[in-house]
Ligand binder design. Structure first.
Ligand SMILES: Nc1ccn([C@@H]2O[C@H](COP(=O)(O)OP(=O)(O)OP(=O)(O)O)[C@@H](O)[C@H]2O)c(=O)n1
Ligand SMILES: C[C@](O)(CO)[C@H](O)COP(=O)(O)O
Length: 210
């Protein structure tokens, strides 16, 4: 199953407290960006990698890794806008959308997603929720959700390109704000399938994560 990957790197990383984009943060001698990219570069099914960055940071990213499979696209104000821009460059029938900041991704997750794409047009990595989750309004608990039905969404989120393109077009046209990609397909009332993610596949978000 060949695919394009959209690697989102156009954020600011504000919640980390760093004075620079967390994609340049160094872990064991490699930037977060390089760690993420190597997993996709090592996958022969990944025919095109679309790196979405801020315009002014593109040259810095280019210096870190060179490959004929990589192209750069300018990001937008929100993650949703960055994905929308990335989708315009996709040249494969299937696409995986991945947060650059999830740099602990392993290749077996790509295998599971590719297998799922053979049968389904929309699937995403998820892990069962560990904590008990409650709905709170005005500082008061109004509901305890049934944990056995709760999963935490990760990336990659993998799709038939035509479906996710149509789904993003729909949410953008209706001014709906989404925090992940599968939500756009949900908005079209199309099925989205769960692929077992990995608890290690964390998104670097807070100073504690660093
Ligand atoms: N306008 C944006 C916002 C986010 N991202 C990317 O989407 C991923 C997930 O977003 P998040 O963790 O929220 O990253 P930041 O926006 O960088 O973090 P913060 O919200 O703390 O500033 C990151 O890899 C980030 O670079 C993006 O490409 N374009
Ligand atoms: C897409 C995502 O990583 C799934 O958990 C998450 O929703 C991104 O959220 P953020 O607020 O942009 O970090």
């Amino acid at each position: 199953m060949n695919y394009s990957a959209i690697i989102l790197c156009a954020g600011a990383g504000k919640r980390t407290g760093l004075s620079y984009n967390k994609m340049y943060y160094n872990i064991d001698g490699q930037t977060v960006y390089e760690k993420t990219m190597h997993v996709f570069l090592n996958d022969s099914r990944c025919k095109q990698i679309i790196v979405v960055t801020k315009k002014e940071e593109q040259e810095d990213f280019k210096k870190l890794i060179a490959s004929s499979r990589i192209i750069f696209v300018e990001g937008g104000a929100e993650r949703q806008n960055s994905v929308t821009n990335g989708l315009q460059a996709v040249n494969q029938d299937y696409v995986m959308i991945h947060d650059g900041a999830r740099c602990f991704i392993k290749s077996d997750l790509l295998d599971r997603l590719c297998k799922s794409l053979e049968e389904h047009d929309a699937c995403l990595a998820m892990v069962p929720s560990i904590d008990t989750v409650k709905r709170v309004v005005d500082g008061k608990v109004v509901e305890t959700l049934k944990r056995s039905e709760l999963y935490n969404a990760q990336t990659p989120q993998a799709f038939k390109t035509s479906l996710i393109t149509k789904a993003y077009h729909y949410v953008n046209e209706h001014h709906l704000a989404v925090t992940d990609d599968a939500s756009c397909v949900e908005a079209l009332h199309e099925d989205v399938y769960v692929v077992l993610g990995d608890y290690d596949n964390k998104k670097i978000t807070t100073p504690q994560d660093l």
